[in-house]
Design a binder for this molecule. Structure first.
Ligand code: DQA
Length: 147
C-alpha cells in the first residue's frame, strides 16, 4: 500500500506561518508523525511539498499507480482546476486536508475545486487531520484488498 502526501504553497513555512491558525508543528514534524503512523499500518509513504502548481500536477500524474493521496493544496485548493483535473484523471482515491477550518474563515476559502473529485475532506483539526486521512485511506484500502 503506497500513499503520497502532497502539500502545496506556503506549507513549507508551517511552524512559523500564522501559528495561531496553522499550529506550531513544522512540516518536517508532521511528516515524522505521518511516517510513524504509516509504519504502524505497514504503509509506504512519500512526501512532496511544492509552491508550484505544475509540480503538484506532475507528481499526481507520476504517482498514478499509487493507492492513495493525501493532499493539502493550500491556496491552490481555491483556484486550481488543473490539480482537480489531475486527481480525477488518475482515479486514485484522495483525501483533502486543511489544517484550519476553512469554512469558518474568509469566504474565498469556502470553495474548493478539489472537493468534487476527492473521496472526502478532513478540515480544521490541525496536523491530526493528516493522521486521520491516513487512517481513513488505510481502512478503505484494506477493505478493498479483502474484496
Ligand atoms: C490551508 C487553508 C488554505 O485556505 C490556505 O491558503 C493554506 C492552508 C489549511 O491547511 O488550512 O495555505 O490549506
Amino acid at each position: 500500500m503506497r500513499i503520497l502526501v502532497l502539500n502545496g504553497p506556503n506549507l513549507n513555512l508551517l511552524g512559523r506561518r500564522e501559528p495561531e491558525i496553522y499550529g506550531l508543528q513544522t512540516l518536517a514534524d508532521i511528516e515524522v508523525l505521518i511516517r510513524n503512523r504509516a509504519e504502524e499500518h505497514g504503509i509506504e509513504v512519500d512526501f512532496l511539498q511544492s509552491n508550484h502548481e505544475g509540480v503538484l500536477v506532475d507528481a499526481i500524474q507520476e504517482h498514478r499507480d499509487w493507492d492513495g493521496f493525501i493532499i493539502n493544496a493550500g491556496a491552490l485548493t481555491h483556484t486550481s482546476l488543473a490539480i482537480a483535473d489531475a486527481i480525477s484523471s488518475v482515479g486514485v482515491p484522495a483525501v483533502e486536508v486543511h489544517l484550519s477550518n476553512v469554512h469558518a474563515r474568509e469566504a474565498f476559502r469556502h470553495h474548493s475545486y478539489l472537493s468534487p473529485v476527492v473521496w472526502g475532506q478532513v478540515v480544521g483539526f490541525g496536523y491530526r487531520g493528516y493522521l486521520a486521512a491516513l487512517d481513513l485511506l488505510y481502512d478503505r484500502l484494506s477493505r478493498e484488498a479483502l474484496g
